[in-house]
Design a protein around this ligand. Sequence first.
Ligand SMILES: Cc1cc2nc3c(=O)[nH]c(=O)nc-3n(C[C@H](O)[C@H](O)[C@H](O)COP(=O)(O)OP(=O)(O)OC[C@H]3O[C@@H](n4cnc5c(N)ncnc54)[C@H](O)[C@@H]3O)c2cc1C
Length: 473
Amino acid sequence: MRWGYDDGMDLAARLIELLGATRVHTHPIDRLIYAKDSGVSSGDPAIVVLPETTEEVAAIVRMAAGADMPIVARGAGTGLAGGAVPASGSVLVVLTRMNAIYDVDEIGRTAWVGPGVINLDLSDALVDQDLHFAPDPSSQQSSTIGGNVGTNAGGPHCLAEGSTIAHVLGVEIVTVDGDIMVLGGAAPDPPGYDLRGLIVGSEGTLGIVTRVLVRLTENPPDVVTMLISFDGIGDAARTVSDIIGSGLVPAALEMMDGPMIEAVENFVHAGLPVGAGAVLLAEVVGHPAGIAAEADLIREIAVANAATDIRTATDEDERALLWKGRKSAFGAVAQAAPDYYLNDTVVPRTRFVEVLDEICAIADRYDLRLLNVFHAGDGNFHPLISFDASEQGMSEKVVAASHEMVHAAIAAGGTLSGEHGIGIEKRDLMSRVFSVDDLDAQARVREAFDPEGLLNPGKILPEGSRCFDRPAT
Ligand SMILES: Cc1cc2nc3c(=O)[nH]c(=O)nc-3n(C[C@H](O)[C@H](O)[C@H](O)COP(=O)(O)OP(=O)(O)OC[C@H]3O[C@@H](n4cnc5c(N)ncnc54)[C@H](O)[C@@H]3O)c2cc1C
């Protein structure tokens, strides 16, 4: 249903009446602040609103849809694929004020949380209960649970625990008609279609998430964290393959190449081995007796693959410093140039070295500075190009090189995105991995939720994804 108004008030005035002037922004400077996420694209919302309740979100959506305006959900704007970039003339719904944590169930290990809760704040709030929210994107100090749901975020510890979808039991959403629905719930294996699963990773195109029922994970009794150095990235990659091939799934298995080690060490001073070709950050968690054996197995495999040094964190401070190094990788590259473009692909672990060689050759051919950091355990590859966007033609060059890198990963049996989503930036590459019929099926699902395409238009699906939209040939 669409809503019509005839009292002469424009939408901004109506929204101010609903939310008050401090939570509705139309000034160009305010709109500029929200024009982009952490990727390279930008847009221009007509109105930025900051609701505090589900009912406010529902009222905003009804008003915006009644005025036929696109509606874009935004969390913290740390997304790297342009998912929260506002369509021109849209109403941008910023959910950061909806940041309450309700109904923590220590026994059932669940909690309802607002979409604006910051990922790390949730785990910090649960310290006394010895619980945490397992998905830990490197942006966890600023990204929101709503954004994590929107992108199905991953993180270093998702290797063993699974990405966000494995930790979301239910969602409350506001539909494009302004209806409020709860999908999924605490009961195991609820009957009917798994609409909760459809919402996770839908990047704000099916509804606006206003509450999330999260699964909480017990803090492990013990942890061993190791930093393993290698002369060459091939030795590190073979170590990863052999560890996973042995049947062991560590809690985390992260890799950085030589240029990234140097940038991070210069930034964080975590004692990383500058001059090494690659390092692995490997972590095992669990009961002390079990993880000692697992750590020994990892050391054995690393030595067999020519590891040059293995350092085990001796206390929590040392462990935290090593993780600070890994999680500061993207910030560290700002030392070299003001901008970076972070690629996010997945490649089969056995083809790491081959694809990496190809990616380095692409960067050389375009004369670009490349640094690499990987969630190596699950094959998630993050070639990062550091550049200065103010240089004429540079952004276009970076995007062209990045597309070639994605193609190289796909050609090796990989895929478009490991965790950052599709957004605008990979939308036009979707046809590389999906057939015409696949895209049509996805477009039909989207249409079932949003027949007029008002929710985050221009994201995920390339134009013409519906078969009947395509010009006859
Ligand atoms: C330094 C850095 C490190 C990063 N590391 C990782 C990493 O390790 N793993 C990883 O997966 N990502 C990582 N990211 C990317 C980013 O942090 C994640 O994609 C994160 O989940 C986005 O959360 P956000 O709150 O910033 O969402 P936003 O960027 O604001 O939005 C992301 C998408 O979700 C949608 N959305 C947001 N809120 C809602 C809602 N309430 N309802 C419906 N849709 C919504 C938006 O429309 C958009 O499509 C990193 C980013 C940076 C800058």
